[in-house]
Design a protein around this ligand. Sequence first.
Ligand SMILES: Cc1cc2nc3c(=O)[nH]c(=O)nc-3n(C[C@H](O)[C@H](O)[C@H](O)COP(=O)(O)OP(=O)(O)OC[C@H]3O[C@@H](n4cnc5c(N)ncnc54)[C@H](O)[C@@H]3O)c2cc1C
Length: 381
Amino acid sequence: MEFGFTEREELLRKSIAEFAEREIAPLVEKMETEGEFDPCLIPKLAQMGILGIITPPEYGGTGMGHVAKTIVIEEIAKVCPGVGLTLEGHFVCTYLIQTFGTQEQKSRYLPLLTSGEALGSLSVTEPTGGSDVAGIQTRAAKRGNCYVLTGRKCFISNSHLAKIHATLARTGEGSKGLSTFILENTFPGFSLGRKERKMGLRGATTGEIVLQECKVPLDNLVGKEGEGMKQVLATINQAGRPGMAAVALGICYASLVHGARFARERELYGRPISDLQAIQFLLADIYAQAEGAKLLLYRAASLLDHGEDADVEATLAKYMACEAAFKCARQAAEIHGGYSAIKGYTMERLLRDAYVTIPSTGTAQVAKVVLGRHVMKHLHN
Ligand SMILES: Cc1cc2nc3c(=O)[nH]c(=O)nc-3n(C[C@H](O)[C@H](O)[C@H](O)COP(=O)(O)OP(=O)(O)OC[C@H]3O[C@@H](n4cnc5c(N)ncnc54)[C@H](O)[C@@H]3O)c2cc1C
């Protein structure tokens, strides 16, 4: 087992870190105030090859894979976790299409998604509950030369930005009655609902999608009817959870940097508070949490690059990284004393961002259901 990054991966990390400082950092305050992603970043992300990083070159991507994607999201999330979430929302769409789409769907949609002509979304959650995927109510009925979809999706990352939405709907009963469709935002009957005002990750646009007799060509069914649940769960496990874990990991390391910087600069009793062992213990805890989450996440990403499904490893990484992000952000905020409560201080924002990673792509409880089942099936004897 190898624990190091390759030279290519280190170079990628450096160039993404520079890109994030140069292009994203100046926009953080604006996105934070407006509560949405700034679309001026889309062509820049495309030009860097970021939007197609998991997509094969024949569809316009760079095909660098899951470890590379993780590096990209982690480095961007260190500067703006909301932009990290925007990328995660885009990658789940591209992953689903490139993994389960027909040749025609891949040729039509992936070049748009990798070139920045279109951002993507994965639209699963409904107001009746996100954890109960099998219980979704959006209906898709075959009528003549199209499917007609009616329903409402909520909490969708990139809702108001994406032009291409991989959308789960019901074509039959139960969990085997779900199917995935590729929707374009120009299809008749497609409209947008509320844009959410989130407490954190405000650099990402999140909102509702409303389908009122939305007409979708038959060719836009992904795979076969009834395969939707399997496709969506695989996508969440293999792209969504590692993506959110990378956002959380970025928050862990940003907390370490901001906590250490404040500790060096803040003087009490005539010396920097970094001299106090209590403050060093907080920093040690942040460091330990971040490094633990990092190992779990890059193990999952590496397994995915080796063609393994890594569902359990990805769920474990997502759960641990998000818990770590919240703990790291809280401890780094504590180092800031009262300044952690003041708008404009980065830790005030990161603490809110960290909390919002926890329910995204599945709650902590749902992750523990998956992990508990794994323990009972494979590890308990
Ligand atoms: C910032 C953000 C971005 C998001 N982006 C997307 C997106 O791009 N696409 C998309 O489809 N969705 C997205 N979501 C939705 C997200 O996946 C859901 O919020 C999540 O799955 C939980 O669903 P829910 O909010 O309806 O909570 P519910 O499912 O109603 O859960 C309520 C409570 O019940 C608990 N619970 C549920 N089931 C169990 C169980 N079996 N055992 C124990 N406890 C349980 C939960 O842990 C939670 O505490 C996003 C959410 C956020 C916050």
